[in-house]
Design a protein around this ligand. Structure first.
Ligand code: GLV
Ligand code: MN
Ligand code: MN
Length: 397
């Protein structure tokens, strides 16, 4: 609740954009909470933020946990923030118990997971893991024209004393706790989801180009209305992605019109596509048809389709899943296996070390919504399973 004050919205949610003043203030709060726990704080060139509890063998690869504290524009309090705070809670519990892990344990808040200010998301974790390079993200602009480079500088200037740790440091393991953002755990009355994997996702930006004209005088037959072209294309894409089992997820979440004036026929419509499917083959096939469908249906307007990110479905290693399941069992907390339909930074960490995820329920499965809500006891159960898992991993040779 205290963290949610940074970027609080009137409707009880959070708007804490990546590298914003609100996120800077939230990182300050994390530093205050870390004070007294004898943690070292650090950052890296991609703007990720770390709090490290030194192990008795500090040169052994660390165990990493955490998530993100940026949010959607009308996001909830728990998406991402929970994983960071659960990690910090674990370190506090270890400290207060007077125990010291063998391997160091770090809590991370990744830079720009949501991709709502700068697209695509998961920027910090993708650069940390080497899937993207720093130059690839630095010139990305937000809607005000501010580059990641300039926003990163602002963040770095706010914390001039933080040491810059290396990108692509070796890690022993990564475990991310997160709210489910779906209804299954609640429905099955399990407080712990052992995440089996993450479904694939492709994101696109489509630009439909028409011809600007006077709303009162231009005859229908002569119009090249970019908005109408975009609507026809979107409708056709919806049909393309409609499947009986409701596995394909197709979303147009943003549209910008030019000049966006009531009495002007739009010259340009730019919209986003977020396409997901658990089966990588189907995801590939659907995504590959977007260009042709848009071109056909947006006529007589022109179309340009740009793919922003491509992630195929992945499966977390059995060893990580069994460890989390065993932790829950030892604590007597009912768990079940679950596929993540949402994306997470664990996707990129999976490329560089053993990675796994722990889900906790959220009310009604509601997320990316200011109404996001969870039961404190369920969050505590997730943190306990996380602590057990982190401790086991940090004790490993
Ligand atoms: C992450 O927030 C996602 O959209 O899956
Ligand atoms: Mn999240
Ligand atoms: Mn999210």
């Amino acid at each position: 609740m205290d963290l949610a004050r940074h970027g609080a919205t009137p409707a009880g949610g959070v708007n804490r954009q990546a590298l914003s003043m609100e996120e800077i203030a939230a990182r300050r709060t994390l530093l205050q909470w870390a004070a007294g726990l004898d943690l070292r704080a650090g950052t890296d060139d991609a703007g990720n933020f770390f709090l490290r509890m030194e192990g008795s063998e500090p040169r052994a690869a660390a165990v990493l946990t955490g998530s993100h504290i940026d949010s959607q524009p009308t996001g909830g309090k728990f998406d991402g923030a929970y994983g960071v705070l659960a990690g910090l809670e674990c370190l506090q519990a270890f400290r207060e118990s007077g125990v010291r892990p063998r391997r160091s344990i770090e809590v991370v808040a990744w830079m720009n997971e949501e991709g709502s200010r700068f697209a695509p998301g998961m920027m910090g974790s993708s650069v940390f893991s080497g899937a993207r390079t720093l130059p690839e993200i630095l010139e990305v602009r937000d809607r005000q024209g501010i580059t990641v480079r300039s926003a990163l500088t602002t963040m770095q200037e706010a914390f001039p004393d933080l040491p810059r740790w290396e990108l692509q440091r070796p890690l022993h393991a990564y475990v991310e706790a997160h709210i489910e953002q779906g209804p299954l755990l609640e429905r099955h009355r399990r407080n712990i989801g052992v995440v089996t994997g993450i479904q694939g996702k492709r994101t696109f930006e489509v630009t439909v180009t028409g011809e600007q004209a006077h709303a009162g005088t231009a005859p229908r037959a002569e119009r090249k209305d970019a908005l109408l072209g975009a609507l026809r294309a979107i409708d056709a894409l919806c049909e393309l992605c409609r499947d009986e089992a409701d596995l394909a997820r197709f979303t147009v979440g943003r549209m910008d019109l030019l000049p966006n004036a009531p009495s002007v026929v739009p010259a340009r419509a730019t919209f986003s596509i977020d396409l997901r499917h658990p089966d990588s083959c189907v995801l590939r096939e659907l995504g590959d048809r977007i260009q042709a469908v848009c071109e056909h249906h947006a006529e007589p307007c022109g179309v340009r389709v740009r793919e922003l990110s491509t992630s195929m479905s992945l499966e977390f290693p059995l060893a990580a899943r069994e460890l989390i399941e065993a932790s829950a069992r030892r604590l007597g907390i009912p768990s079940m296996e679950i596929l993540s339909c949402a994306g997470h930074d664990a996707r990129y960490l999976h490329e560089v070390c053993m990675a796994g995820m722990i889900f906790v329920p959220c009310k009604g499965g509601i997320s990316h919504n200011e109404a996001e809500s969870v039961e404190p006891g369920e969050l505590a159960d997730g943190a306990r399973v996380l602590a057990e898992t982190l401790w086991t991993l940090a004790s490993q040779a």
